[in-house]
Design a protein around this ligand. Structure first.
Ligand SMILES: *[C@@H]1O[C@H](CO)[C@@H](O)[C@H](O)[C@H]1NC(C)=O
Ligand SMILES: *[C@@H]1O[C@H](CO)[C@@H](O)[C@H](O)[C@H]1NC(C)=O
Length: 375
């Protein structure tokens, strides 16, 4: 027994002497297949957590660090370059099933996320995220193609925007056999001169209690009602007549899967489906605060002189994501993610900066135009 004492001390000394040593974060290649898979899961998890805006799709992995921790799995610090799609987050569609917007309509930016992966214990969990998005530069689009028609984004509070939404919804309702819908919220708007002024709108709708005979008088609804779909409409005023178009896309009903959107455990390829309720936290989605936010900033070239020097890359897409400022890190209780009775503490470090990232970062982009790649 006595012989074990010095050995034990030795191990202890080795462990403690290590702590102020090199960073435990391992830089990962941004085109590695497992990193791409983790980035995809992280983005799915971010999209599921959101209540507003459009589903974000992965354009490229900008930076990735992995911190493997005994028994807990790997905590990834991810910087992702993203593009907005035309699916609303309330549709709950996976980003891979959504279409990225056309270049002249693009909204692009960057997300940072801390994502925990433990394959054997089936844990895929985003601890925190933050994103910053901007619309593509109008000036650069115009410079690239001066004669191309390209609608410009306009303020959602413009009265013409509301008019385009209500007129297109009225058209939808008049063609609907029985159910009637009301406007919840306008989510996007742009205008362009066609044969006259044309307004393009996207808006959320809800089922209305009104009957068809009540007509347009009950198109507007209080904004706290539950949206059931997203409509895309337009109103064009020609010299003689006006043209109205509308198409609506209904969300799949979500009530068959309570708690599912915030479930801590998702499914990896090659993993079996985890039965609902076995591992998902029991609190209802509405009680769980979002784990991050998406910030929308204006066009980078707005309020910039024509000769404009390029904006400082650090300021172009500021994304802050720090659960701690302690360089030694802080332990976070993640026991709720694991089924066992024992307490599980994950070491979280300040989000790493650009230094010491892998030479293989950023990775290849799906949409490689520099107009939609954060610097
Ligand atoms: C996320 O961004 C918001 C707004 O920029 C900021 O207030 C918040 O502290 C950030 N979250 C983290 C965990 O850093
Ligand atoms: C990324 O990986 C894929 C498949 O592994 C490979 O075909 C492609 O050439 C790589 N791209 C770059 C830019 O390294």
């Amino acid at each position: 027994m006595g012989a074990l004492g010095p050995l034990g001390l030795c191990v202890l000394a080795a462990c403690c002497a290590q702590s102020p040593g090199p960073s435990p974060l391992r830089p990962r290649g941004c085109n590695d297949s497992d990193v791409l898979a983790v980035a995809g899961f992280a983005l799915d998890s971010i999209n599921r957590d959101r209540r507003d805006g459009y589903v974000l799709s992965l354009n490229r992995v900008h930076d990735a660090r992995e911190h493997h921790q005994e028994n807990l799995g790997s905590l990834f610090y991810l910087t992702l370059d993203v593009l907005e799609t035309d699916c609303h987050v309330l549709s709950k569609k996976a980003w891979k099933d959504c279409r990225v917007r056309n270049l002249h309509d693009s909204v692009y930016g960057q997300c940072k996320a801390m994502f925990l992966l433990n394959k054997p214990r089936r844990v895929l969990h985003s601890l925190a995220y933050n994103c910053t998005l901007r619309p593509v530069s109008r000036r650069k689009i115009h410079r690239m193609c001066p004669d191309c028609p390209s609608p410009s984004p306009i303020d959602l509070s413009d009265p013409s925007v509301l008019e385009a939404a209500t007129q297109s919804l009225e058209k939808y309702n008049s063609e609907s056999p029985s159910k009637q819908y009301s406007l919840v919220k306008i989510t996007r708007a742009s205008n362009q001169w066609v044969v006259g002024p044309a307004y393009f709108v996207e808006y959320l709708i809800t089922e209305s209690t009104c009957t068809k005979s009540q007509g347009s008088s009950c198109l507007l609804q209080l904004s706290n009602s539950v949206p059931v779909g997203l409509c895309i409409g337009s109103l064009t005023r020609g010299p003689i007549e006006k043209f109205v178009t509308v198409t609506c896309d209904f969300f799949e009903s979500q009530d068959q899967n309570p708690g599912g959107e915030n479930s801590a455990v998702e499914t990896l390829p090659g993993m079996e489906e985890v039965p609902q309720g076995k591992t998902a936290p029991t609190n209802a989605p509405s009680q769980t605060p979002p784990r991050g936010s998406v910030q929308y900033l204006p066009d980078l070239d707005d309020n910039k002189p024509e000769d404009g020097r390029e904006t400082d890359p650090q300021e172009a897409f500021p994304v802050k994501l720090d659960l701690t400022t302690d360089p030694q890190g802080e332990a976070l209780d993640v026991s709720f993610l694991f089924l066992g009775p024992e307490e599980q503490r994950l070491l979280v470090l300040p989000f790493p900066g650009e230094g010491q990232r892998s030479a293989e970062c950023p990775g290849p982009a799906q949409e490689s135009s520099p107009l939609v790649l954060p610097p």
